[in-house]
Design a protein around this ligand. Structure first.
Ligand code: ZN
Length: 155
């Protein structure tokens, strides 16, 4: 396994580390992290969800310790509490973004482009909201819906 990336951050431990703390980030976006980012893209606020997914899935170690000097486990709660935004959190987040964003969005962008092209060429551009219409019955006799064979309707 390749060496992790060391990210120096200010110490926030009860027993202060004179040299500050270090957060270790995975050198590459792993499969789990990539899938987490993919999933986060569908969140109402993807920016926040993606950034958080990048951190929670890629911090592989740190020097944070509790009041007894024992290592703090890396959990989402601890990441939140022990890496305050202004005391390492923002540093780690930025570092994670620069390390992984390309890996995270490369495949995603490519697939999005592919699927955009597919849906354009197959003519399936029906708006999602159409299915929310209360009634399908219409009074006008003419066929107002385009044929389902994907031919563009000429006005
Ligand atoms: Zn510390």
């Amino acid at each position: 396994m390749p060496d992790p990336i060391n990210v120096p951050v200010p110490c926030t431990c009860p027993q202060a580390h004179e040299d500050g703390d270090v957060v270790y980030l995975a050198p590459k976006l792993g499969l789990r992290g990539g899938l987490a980012v993919e999933s986060a893209m569908t969140e109402p606020d993807p920016t926040m969800a993606v950034a958080w997914a990048l951190i929670t899935n890629n911090v592989v170690g740190w020097t944070k310790t509790d009041a007894n000097g024992d290592p703090e486990p890396i959990t989402e709660e601890n990441l939140d509490a022990l890496l305050p935004y202004a005391q390492g959190g923002e540093i780690v987040s930025n570092r994670a973004a620069s390390l992984y964003l390309e890996d995270a969005f490369g495949p995603f962008e490519q697939r999005r482009k592919d699927s955009l092209q597919r849906s354009r060429t197959s003519g399936q551009t029906r708006p999602l909201l159409a299915s929310h219409k209360p009634s399908r019955r219409k009074r006008s006799g003419s066929s107002s819906e385009p044929a389902s064979d994907g031919q563009p309707s000429k006005a």
